[in-house]
Design a protein. Sequence first.
Length: 63
Amino acid sequence: MSDLRSRFYKTFANLPLGVRDEIVFSLDGQPVTWNVVKLEVDANSDLSKKILKSLEEMGLIRK
């Protein structure tokens, strides 16, 4: 598992359940929630790589 994915999982695990349904950012004009991000990361999709990079750049994934 990549370092970025593992850092995402640590961050996600520490989010309160209610926050996971909140929109974290917009990707190509579409709102994306933490839960949607997790689904993409779980699937290890190409889109997940783009999303994780964006979350890292915004400082939302802890180092």
